[in-house]
Ligand binder design. Structure first.
Ligand code: F6P
Length: 307
């Protein structure tokens, strides 16, 4: 997110537009926590994880009263438009603000989940998956030295984009994602087949999988195949922090520039994305309303390579 903030502030400066940072997300907007930002205020942040503006999930902003307060604050501060960085919740709030108060908002897709339609990648996804794969590689050392079956749970809310990418990159034997209904029997059969030629296996489980979290799945498999020496690791929030990858820095920089230039051109009510290396815009209602599809070919590739 910092790389995006830097890009927004510097692009605005380049075009002679003033910017303020809204501190603490929508709560900060409701409470008028604004901080004027110039190009030097965003120095040395491109390499930092998190957000210099801080963030929060705001309950008050979900209410019409909260959004009315926010609109008043914007008017008092003379702010003409907002660049909102986030995912589903952020854009739902942005859409409501524009419908109820005519607020001009443009969105940047900032979520590790990569679950927004209208962009190939969301800001944070590449870094999160790199971090997760680094951890999984380390777990692999124990799995193979001790002949163990590991179930590793990754984030992704109700989608499996993180899980699928990590499974492929870490050479996992199997992946369980919410987009694909796989019975425990199917997993057990695959593991059984694999166990004839290898002694250790890694199964990546998306946190939102229908069969339950990694602990539940490990228990169910153990009930069927008692001989497995199973272990479970939940990677959790370590996937969300850390210095951003090159891909994320470049993505966020390009998107930040595009957001400001679109606003100057009079475009708002949309999310900026990058599709096939081209900057695009997608109306908020489509970005959040349309479910992004998993690339089935990645599942096929995983199955071929997991022999
Ligand atoms: O949406 C990003 C995400 O990291 C999800 O993958 C995860 O389910 C959720 O946020 C965790 O949210 P919190 O930090 O509020 O527990």
């Amino acid at each position: 997110m910092n790389a995006a903030i830097r890009a927004v502030v510097r692009t605005a400066h380049f075009h002679g537009v003033r910017t303020s940072g809204i501190m603490g997300g929508y709560d900060g907007l409701i409470n008028g926590h604004f901080r004027e930002l110039g190009p030097r205020d965003v120095s040395n942040i491109i390499q930092r994880g998190g957000t210099m503006l801080r963030s929060a999930r705001s309950e008050e902003f979900r209410t019409p009263e909260g959004r009315a307060k926010a609109a008043d604050r914007l008017q008092q501060a003379g702010i003409d438009a907002i660049v909102a960085i986030g995912g589903d919740g952020t854009f739902t709030g942005a859409l409501k603000m524009s419908e109820e108060h005519g607020t001009k908002v443009i969105g940047l897709p900032g979520t590790i989940d990569n679950d927004l339609a209208g962009t190939d990648l969301t800001i944070g996804f590449d870094t999160a998956t790199n971090t997760a794969v680094e951890a999984i590689d380390k777990i692999r050392d124990t799995a193979s030295s001790h002949d163990r079956l590991f179930f590793i749970e990754v984030m992704g809310r109700d989608t499996g984009f993180i899980a699928l990418r990590c499974a492929l990159a870490a050479g996992a034997e199997y992946v369980l994602i919410p987009e694909k209904l796989q019975a425990i029997e199917e997993l057990s059969t695959a593991l059984y087949e694999g166990s004839r030629s290898k002694s250790s296996s890694i199964v990546i489980v998306a946190e939102g999988d229908e069969e339950g979290g990694a602990y539940t799945i490990a228990r169910k498999v153990k009930e069927r195949f008692d001989h497995y020496d199973t272990r479970v690791t939940v990677l959790g929030h370590l996937q969300r922090g850390g210095s951003p990858s090159v891909t994320d820095r470049v993505l966020a920089s390009r998107m930040g520039v595009a957001a400001v230039e679109q606003l100057i051109a009079g475009v708002h009510g949309v999310m900026v994305g990058i599709v096939n290396d081209e900057v695009t815009t997608t109306p908020f209602h489509q970005a959040i309303g349309k479910r992004k599809q998993i690339n089935e070919d990645l599942l096929r590739v995983l199955a071929i390579l997991a022999v």
